[in-house]
Design a protein. Structure first.
Length: 256
């Protein structure tokens, strides 16, 4: 008996695969973020009096803390490798399918910088408005001790966040939803709402801001078929937030 190896994957299988990839990555984060915002809203005191901290220390022992930080970054990228591995079943090179290659470095950098400016400046204004309205928790983008490895780890964390989010929530998810024959409007909404939902632990302003970012990024990907500029843009935004908070005077960020 001959086994047919090139038969198309059933829609049900693709749907199950997509749910599993999300469940192992940012879909799981979205569930935890939802629980976190409910916990904040039901705790004593207003949401604005509570704190959402990113890049926190994991040990009082500096080299053990560094080890934990690096392990967290490495293992957080495994769902990306899984997604690319699963896309390899489709015709063509998955890196080219996602636009995650180095064919157009100059164009990708320029587009990424433009997207970062487009999202970053209005995003700061939105965070300020959300802080004034009290609909965000007090945000601490970097809570690592002041050590020689702090800035390199924050940069690596920014790259990790960018690759994970843009490959999974945009590149992989859009590819699979198109194969599942979703309408373009529904694809954009699903990707954007997922992006907003796993930022809910920061508050409702962060949710809205990331939904808007998700709409822009997903629409860009649908037009260009390249996820690399999104990785560049996201990395620039996170490096500015993480490293800026770690190095600049703390009173500059009181409004967060």
């Amino acid at each position: 008996m001959t086994v047919q190896l090139d038969r198309p994957v059933a829609r049900r299988t693709l749907g199950t695969e997509t749910l599993l990839v999300l469940g192992l990555s940012l879909g799981q984060s979205a569930v935890y973020a939802l629980v976190s915002i409910v916990a904040k809203l039901t705790a004593e005191g207003p949401l604005s009096a509570q704190t959402a901290a990113l890049n926190t220390s994991r040990s009082v022992r500096p080299y053990l803390d560094l080890t934990y930080q690096l392990l967290g970054i490495v293992f957080a990228l495994l769902p990306v490798l899984l997604a690319v591995h699963l896309l390899a079943r489709d015709p063509g090179d998955p890196a080219r399918t996602l636009g995650l290659d180095a064919r157009r470095p100059g164009q990708d950098l320029a587009r990424g910088a433009g997207l970062a400016a487009l999202i970053g400046l209005p995003g700061l204004a939105l965070f300020w408005v959300a802080a004034q309205l009290g609909v965000n928790a007090s945000l601490v983008p970097a809570a690592l001790p002041d050590l020689w490895w702090t800035v390199p780890v924050l940069i690596l964390a920014a790259v990790q966040n960018s690759v994970l989010e843009e490959v999974i929530v945009v590149g992989y998810l859009v590819t699979r939803l198109r194969q599942l024959q979703w309408r373009l409007g529904a694809i954009i909404a699903a990707s954007a709402l997922l992006r907003g939902s796993y930022h809910l632990y920061q508050g409702f302003g962060a949710f809205v801001g990331n939904v808007v970012m998700g709409v822009v990024f997903t629409f860009f990907y649908l037009r260009t078929k390249r996820v690399m500029p999104l990785v560049v843009a996201h990395t620039l935004l996170d490096v500015a937030a993480f490293v800026g908070y770690a190095l600049l005077p703390r009173e500059w960020f009181d409004w967060l």
